[in-house]
Design a protein around this ligand. Structure first.
Ligand code: B1M
Length: 208
């Protein structure tokens, strides 16, 4: 059953995943077992294949959606059992930028890896990021930018975090998006940069 679920995520079988997950639960397989032995390993493989170039963005999105379908079934049971999220991430696309496909992919992969994700959407101002950081108390704040004209808002968010109860000291900041580089992350004092969703998940895991 666990192998079937793992394979369904790898194959992106969105329609059948909820039923398959329910079947596994009926057979007495625990929610945690399904998460740790089927879903998470499947998403690890998806991430590795994407990094090697053996899997493309749409296939990764479909697998991430399939994983979400299973997690929706498991979530109440996991909460009941007190399984803690790996950490909390507040994520958004910066001010003036409405590109959200890559950011949503990162958010989905983070959820797949067990993070609780607060997705603020696109065109998020520095003040909105700081307000959400104060409200949700995340371990990590993630910013995405797809335009050379909007990535310049990233340091404003870092400054805004410094101004609200020294939040900057408590939260790791990670950035990404096509025009963003490790050099830019270093320049603006971010804690990390990731070129794609799979590496963003790895980076987040390493930071918490
Ligand atoms: Co726009 N656009 N766009 N666009 N658009 C680009 C980005 C562009 C490169 C196209 C081009 O000219 N070749 C160019 C930017 C040039 C530049 O600044 N260097 C561009 C432009 C100019 C514009 C407009 C200004 C066009 C105009 O109106 N004249 C305009 C700006 C609007 C605005 O934001 N204010 C605009 C509008 C749009 C659409 C609305 C039509 C649409 C966006 C729809 C949407 O997102 N809801 C759109 C699209 C689709 C693109 C392209 C074609 C595709 C972007 C995408 O979704 N890629 C893009 C060209 C391209 O990239 N080939 C382009 C797929 C996605 C999975 O990848 O977003 O890179 P990506 O995300 C990756 C990584 O970057 C990384 O992981 C993701 C998954 O692996 N990543 C992170 C992303 N965020 C991360 C955060 C992290 C870590 C990793 O940590 C927190």
């Amino acid at each position: 059953m666990l192998d079937k679920i793992k394979q369904a995520v790898l194959d992106g079988e969105m329609e059948g995943i909820a039923e398959l997950t329910n079947q596994a639960l009926t057979q007495g397989i625990g929610a945690r077992e399904i998460l740790d032995q089927a879903l998470t390993p499947a998403m690890d493989i998806v991430g590795e294949e994407y990094e090697k170039g053996d899997r493309y963005v749409p296939e990764m999105l479909i697998s991430a959606e399939t994983m979400k379908g299973a997690v929706t079934v498991l979530k109440p049971l996991l909460v009941e059992a007190g399984v803690k999220a790996r950490g909390k991430v507040v994520i958004g696309t910066v001010e003036g930028d409405l590109h959200d496909i890559g950011k949503d992919l990162v958010a989905m992969m983070l959820e797949g890896a067990g993070f609780e994700v607060v997705n603020l959407g696109a065109e998020v101002t520095a003040e909105q990021f700081a307000k959400a950081a104060k409200e949700h108390g995340p371990d990590i704040l993630g910013m995405s930018a797809l335009l050379t004209t909007t990535m310049i808002h990233m340091p404003e968010v870092i400054d805004a975090l410094k101004e609200v109860d020294d939040l900057r000291d408590q939260i790791k900041v990670i950035i990404g998006g096509a025009p963003v580089t490790q050099g830019y992350a270093d320049k603006i004092g971010a804690d990390g940069y990731a070129p794609d969703a799979a590496s963003a998940t790895k980076l987040a895991k390493s930071l918490v």
